[in-house]
Ligand binder design. Structure first.
Ligand code: ADE
Length: 415
């Protein structure tokens, strides 16, 4: 069968990403022999990108039967979906720009494969399983969750005692959030803003809303490019950290009057609301890089607008009654994946190595031996990913001497 042009382009880009994912490649090579996932059905709901394709290839090399759908309607790279289907024979249900109904139809197509392990980025698969597809719960051994927002949802389910199977919170591995959330989001959010607008960051006033790991990343990359960065934060410790990191920290209302570019990374709802749009300067650019498209109150903005039109790919102009224009990027969906390609492969290498090893860990646990809880990534996996990444970068680190080890674990060695 001849391949479509789209699939060929997808394959080229998948292999390019793979060159920059040495940890995952190493796991794939080992798994091709060991087959730790032999016969296990995996249903994944992740952003359909070149990096995800390499994760899917790794799971398949480990012996799993994999089906994939998108975890966001706007993040799918259609060439990657084509290559997964046509080149790698991995059923992939995703079309960029799909409507809500199609999005859930695709989730259900993945669930129809009766997976034993679920992989989520935002918990939509878990939610659907616990809602309309409860008959499938008895097949499930466990799952993984990629992102902060998903882990928050799952912890709430655990607390309410409605969670029906164990989930590994991949996001909580240090080799995930310290790198993916910070350096990944830091770079890719700005990449999305730049590809959408081609706006000069140097000398601009850029407001970062939320100073978690993602916010820290966006603030530091924007500062590095010459922006005057303002941080808006609700948590006192994080706000203090932002102050001492050298940012101007203020309220959203005050920031609204001076910002030229706004980036939300809070995971919370309507952090930019009507009262903030009312105060913004003409030409303000507003983007979201949090998982769901809830951070900007676009319904309010739509009500305030006399006209809404697309002025560039991924840029919508909202013209207000007083003539001011506000530019919203990627319909308020995560700008790094909707207007750019998501995080670079080098950083997804660590996140997805954690995913792969966590799936194998789950598969190795006797059925029913884990509680219906959210579990951390086992520490050995986290450290192994760090060790492998350093090795791939040919970076050497120190070995402690026996004397140094002893000193660090003693209490009686004083002055
Ligand atoms: N999340 C953020 N960036 C990503 C990428 N490149 N692939 C998959 N998920 C992502």
């Amino acid at each position: 069968m001849s391949l479509s042009e789209l699939a060929r382009e997808g394959e080229r880009r998948i292999l390019w990403a793979d060159r920059h994912m040495p940890v995952l490649t190493g796991i794939r090579e080992r798994w091709s022999e060991e087959k730790p996932l032999a016969g296990i059905r995996i249903g994944a709901c992740l952003h359909v990108t070149t990096e995800t394709a390499n994760l899917m290839r790794t799971l398949k090399a480990g012996g799993a039967e994999v089906a994939l759908c998108a975890s966001n309607p706007l993040s799918t790279q259609d060439d990657v979906a084509a290559a997964l289907n046509e080149v790698y024979d991995i059923p992939t249900y995703a079309v960029r720009g799909e409507d809500n109904q199609t999005y859930y139809h695709h989730i259900n197509q993945v669930l129809d494969t009766r997976p034993a392990i679920t992989m989520d980025d935002g918990a939509d698969l878990v939610n659907t399983l616990h809602g309309k597809r409860r008959e499938l719960l008895e097949n499930i051994l466990g799952g993984t969750e990629e992102t902060t927002t998903g882990v928050i949802r799952l912890r709430a389910m655990e607390k309410e005692e409605v969670l029906q199977y164990p989930i590994v919170a991949v996001n909580e591995a240090l080799t995930k959030h310290m790198f993916d959330n910070r350096y990944g989001t830091g770079q890719s959010a700005l990449d999305g803003i730049l590809r959408a607008t081609n706006y000069l960051i140097a000398g601009s006033t850029l407001v970062v809303v939320g100073y978690g790991w993602c916010g820290k990343g966006v603030a530091s990359r924007a500062k590095g490019m010459g922006a005057n960065v303002i941080v808006v934060e609700a948590d006192p410790l994080r706000a203090l950290e932002a102050v001492m990191d050298g940012y101007w920290v203020t309220s959203m209302v005050k920031a609204s009057t001076v910002g030229q570019i706004f980036v939300t990374v809070t995971g919370d709802k309507h952090v930019i609301d009507r009262q903030h749009f009312e105060r913004m300067r003409d030409g303000a650019i507003v983007a979201n890089s949090g998982h769901f498209d809830v951070e900007l109150n676009l319904d309010a903005l739509r009500e305030m607008a006399v006209e809404v039109k697309e002025v560039r790919e991924n840029v919508e102009e909202y013209r207000l009654q007083d003539g001011r224009r506000i530019f919203v990027l990627a319909q308020g969906r995560l700008v790094n994946l909707a207007a750019a390609e998501g995080h670079p492969a080098q950083v997804m290498d660590m996140s997805f190595a954690n995913q792969a090893l966590s799936v194998a860990w789950l598969a190795g646990q006797p059925r029913g031996s884990l509680g219906k809880q959210v579990f951390p990534v086992p520490e050995e996996i986290d450290r192994e990913v760090a060790r492998l990444k350093l090795a791939s970068l040919q970076i050497e680190i120190e070995d402690l001497t026996a004397e140094q080890e002893k000193y660090l674990t003693s209490f009686d060695l004083g002055t």
